[in-house]
Design a protein around this ligand. Structure first.
Ligand code: CUA
Length: 339
């Protein structure tokens, strides 16, 4: 019996153990709630049916063994005892199965209605572009001077509809932030829409959920849901150009940045660096991670990423810089001012 029930118990244990900010059963948006409640309805209904079926099979097996021991003579073929009762039971259970399946179908349709993108004139419009292997994020606005970009970290206000336009210029990626929504593919040439509304503040981790090359596993992101006032403060700061370097080291670091290969791929607003081949760096120092969730954003990790990116993320488009230690230190001083 234990061997039969164990997959059911195992699933329950695994599911309860996964409840964190990176879990489809720890919902923090109306969409994730719809997915989570659909999952739990399927889990309990199908789990109970599984247990009943296994129990019935075991009971029948013991009963038939006992009956066989009690029967001395073979029964005539046209009078099998209990045959009509068996037919009745099969008919009833078939009917019950159909009703249960229809019930689950109705649940599924209700969940789909919650997940369907809706038009909300007050929505915050973001464009998320998947690249090998990082996320480009653009905050749209009707006033073009208010549009700004960031990378790998998305701030959103709680209680407001967020409409994501999903794009990919290279291969198929998939955006998945389990606590906020289900997976949605980013298919080259076919922009998709994903709409969600976070219900409680928090940091929700996400991951590319479609194999997209060697560093697919290192293509993470986070969504920080915060109060409307905190979001307004962040948005205001994110729109500003980078602060000018103050110390001699920071000024020297900026010159290294602007005169090296860094400017071929990165942008820092307020400087001549304006390429968007790689992540926007205007407010790099305010992010929690670097290299799309691969490393915590510390000075040591930044140094490692700048000098030896192929050690951290083999295959990434970022080339090593081979800077002298003094130049690297000044460059790090400068990058750490980009808050
Ligand atoms: Cu992008 Cu996997």
């Amino acid at each position: 019996m234990m061997r039969c029930i164990s997959p059911f118990l195992l699933a329950a244990l695994l599911v309860s153990g996964c409840a964190s900010n990176h879990s489809a059963v720890a919902p923090a948006s109306r969409e994730a709630h719809a997915i989570s409640s659909l999952w739990w309805q399927f889990f309990w209904v199908l789990g109970i049916i599984y247990i009943l079926v296994v129990a019935t099979v075991l009971i029948c097996r013991f009963k038939s063994r006992r009956d066989r021991a009690n029967i001395n003579l073979p029964q005539p073929a046209d009078s099998i005892p209990g045959e009509s009762k068996t037919h009745r039971v099969i008919a009833i259970l078939t009917g019950v199965s159909v009703v249960i399946l229809l019930g689950l179908l109705v649940d599924d349709l209700f969940a789909s209605r919650v997940l369907a993108p809706k038009n909300d004139p007050g929505a915050l419009n973001l464009t998320v572009t998947g690249h090998q292997w990082w996320w480009e994020i653009e905050y749209g606005d009707q006033d073009p001077s208010k549009v700004f970009q960031t990378a790998n970290e998305i701030h959103i206000p709680v209680g407001r509809t967020i409409s994501f336009t999903l794009r990919s210029p290279d291969v198929i990626h998939s955006l998945w932030v389990p606590s906020l929504h289900g997976k949605k593919d980013l298919v080259p040439g076919h922009p998709a829409t994903l709409v969600l509304r976070a219900e409680k503040p928090g940091i929700y981790w996400g991951q590319c959920a479609e194999f997209c090359g060697a560093q697919h596993a290192n293509m993470g992101l986070l969504i920080k849901a915060e109060s409307a006032s905190d979001f307004a403060v962040w948005e205001d700061a994110a729109r500003k150009s980078a602060v000018a370097p103050m110390t001699d080291q920071q000024k020297h670091g900026q010159q290294i940045f602007l005169n090296s290969t860094c400017v071929m791929c990165h942008a820092v607003s307020g400087t001549i660096a304006g390429s968007h081949n790689g992540p926007e760096l205007t407010h790099l120092a305010s992010r929690q991670t670097i290299a799309a969730g691969t490393l915590p954003n510390t000075r040591e990790n930044l140094a490692l990423w700048i000098q030896e990116p192929q050690l951290v993320k083999p295959g990434a488009r970022m080339p090593g810089t081979g800077l002298q230690p003094n130049d690297l230190a000044d460059l790090l001083d400068y990058l750490q001012t980009l808050k």
